[in-house]
Design a protein around this ligand. Structure first.
Ligand code: SF4
Length: 378
């Protein structure tokens, strides 16, 4: 309650001071026929805004692989990988995925397990399943060519309003705006007003540069990712500062809700002491009915501390996050070539010895990959 009142007070203050700060950009409104209203002044304000933003983007954008192409397949893949995932985490996966599945036909022909294997470590595996389904639909219903309009793209599996607009504007220059979390924040700070979701879309559409829609959309997102950042916006470096009413003078965003904490014990057991390509590791497959990572392979594990055993000894402790949970992971290393049951583990009986050279081809959880890498086994 107190935070909400403080926010309202700050908003009121911001509005009062707006005349001595940036110039307010016109707010879009739509008539009954859906057209965005505007006049000569608003056209001029938007033109200034676009010019400043695009000039900055041309000079300062990060050099990312998906910005060197207009191939809809590559753009689509990057957009799906970037959902809820940091750019740094995506880069290597993007490269490896494209090596394995260089076009939509390769993805169409792949098994779901091999798609999940290539996705392993990126998390949110539903995205990979939808990607695979979408590739099938593009080949079977669209002859292998991506639809060029955002409306038709939106009907494909795993493609929502944002992704459809991103692909259509970047790959096909359709003049359609995108709104993601970064754009929402930029719009809120530019106007000093809380907009509804739909108003965000209307405002972004009104501001869009029709001659360079893909670049404009990426510039808005880049601004939010690198300058108008959540906690401390870098207003002194901002190319559109003159158009910004708040210039960062809004209450800081509330910190994200704290992650849950859990402990887990994992058993790492290899058929030979020093690994090698002929070696095998014990893995277990998650049930296909699990809501999280169904059907994926992992190390035998338990959420309870195991009983002492002569076959397993504590090896390392890791931190690992899965969606909203931070895990402390205790890894116990097992004696080689012994089918010892991992203490406290109810699924160890189903564990199988899997050859190390098979591992790149099976869908492995990110945690299992991390542990096997740390053990020098992959
Ligand atoms: S960085 Fe500062 S000046 Fe630029 S849009 Fe964000 S709040 Fe406004």
């Amino acid at each position: 309650m107190r935070a909400a009142k403080e926010f309202q007070d700050r908003q009121r203050e911001t509005k009062t001071r707006s005349s001595v700060r940036g110039v307010r950009l016109p707010t879009a409104s739509r008539s009954a026929n859906g057209a965005v209203s505007g006049n000569a002044n608003s056209a001029k304000s938007f033109a200034n805004f676009r010019r400043s933003l695009l000039k900055w983007y041309d000079e300062h954008r990060r050099d990312l692989p998906w910005r060197q192409t207009r191939d809809p397949y590559r753009i689509w893949l990057s957009e799906i990988m970037l959902q809820q995932t940091r750019v740094a985490a995506v880069l290597e996966h993007y490269r490896i995925f494209l090596e394995r599945f260089p076009d939509v036909y390769a993805l169409f022909a792949a098994s779901e397990d091999s798609v999940l294997a290539a996705w392993s470590g990126l998390g949110y595996y539903r995205r990979a399943r939808m990607l695979h389904q979408c590739a099938k639909e593009i080949v079977e219903r669209h002859g292998g060519s991506f639809p060029q309009s955002s409306e038709v793209l939106r009907q494909l599996p795993g493609i929502g309003r944002y992704t459809a607009a991103a692909i259509a504007s970047i790959a096909f220059s359709e003049p359609v705006a995108v709104v993601d979390g970064n754009v929402e924040r930029v719009l809120r700070r530019l106007s000093g007003t809380e907009l509804t979701k739909e108003q965000d879309w209307q405002q972004a559409q009104a501001m869009l540069a029709p001659s360079r829609p893909g670049d404009f959309n990426q510039a808005m997102m880049e601004l939010g990712a690198t300058v108008c950042v959540p906690r401390e916006p870098r207003c002194l470096l901002c190319p559109v500062r003159k158009c910004c009413v708040t210039q960062g003078d809004l209450p800081r965003e509330a910190p994200a809700s704290p992650q849950k904490k859990r402990q887990i014990w994992c058993a790492l057991q290899c058929s030979s002491v020093d690994g090698g390509t002929n070696a095998k590791v014990r893995l277990v497959q998650r049930s296909r009915k699990e809501s999280l990572m169904p059907g994926m392979w992992e190390l035998p594990n338990s959420m309870e501390a195991p009983r002492a055993t002569p076959y397993f000894a504590h090896w390392r402790t890791f931190r690992h996050s899965i969606t909203v949970t931070d895990y402390t992971v205790h890894v116990l290393r097992g004696a080689p070539a012994r089918d010892a049951t991992f203490p406290g583990d109810s699924v160890a009986a189903k564990a199988r010895w899997v050859a190390i050279d098979r591992i790149p081809h099976i869908p492995l959880t990110g945690l299992a990959r991390k542990i096997l890498r740390a053990g020098g086994l992959i």
